[in-house]
Design a protein around this ligand. Structure first.
Ligand code: RP5
Length: 154
């Protein structure tokens, strides 16, 4: 059963989101992927947010570009942690998405990571940290990754 629900606002986001999927896979974290637009398919967004917890999802990663309301909309329908990835596929190069996701009004939190592929990777690592509180195998995989970083030089 997938622990992480990865949602992107458009099929055109797939390439930018791929690093998140690669990291989840490298840590043996089960995930599912959905394409849901908060403005083109708002009913689908509502259903996803309302049903995610019942489906066994424990963390949602939501990626979107432009006005990027998807993470906030999903967060409004669930009490699961939502991690938003701002994508840089608009004329404003992701500054629009970054501001939209990071500036959630008080009361409904969305964790905002960096724009683009860096954020996609960190969204998956943050999901690992959250899930690692409950699942020993995920915590161990994540700790192994962190200890390997200490030996790495750039
Ligand atoms: C957002 O609008 C999506 O997340 C995507 O980043 C952006 C553009 O989507 P398309 O018009 O390419 O489908 O909702």
């Amino acid at each position: 059963m997938p622990h992480v629900g990865v949602v992107m606002g458009s099929k055109s986001d797939a390439e930018a989101v791929q690093p998140a999927l690669d990291v989840l896979q490298s840590l043996a974290i089960e995930y599912e992927v959905s394409v849901i637009s908060a403005h083109r398919t708002p009913e689908k967004a509502r259903e996803y947010g309302k049903n995610a917890q019942g489906q066994g999802i424990e963390v949602i990663i939501a990626a979107a570009g432009g006005a990027a309301h998807l993470p906030g909309v999903l967060a409004s329908w669930t009490v699961l942690p939502v991690i938003g990835i701002p994508l840089a596929n608009s004329e404003l190069k992701g500054v629009d998405a970054l501001y939209s996701i990071v500036q959630m009004p008080a009361g409904i939190p969305v964790a905002c990571v960096a724009v683009g592929s860096t954020g996609a990777k960190n969204a998956a690592y943050l999901a690992a940290e959250i899930l690692g509180l409950k699942y020993e195998n995920i915590r161990k995989n994540y700790e192994k990754y962190r200890s390997e970083l200490q030996g790495a030089s750039k």
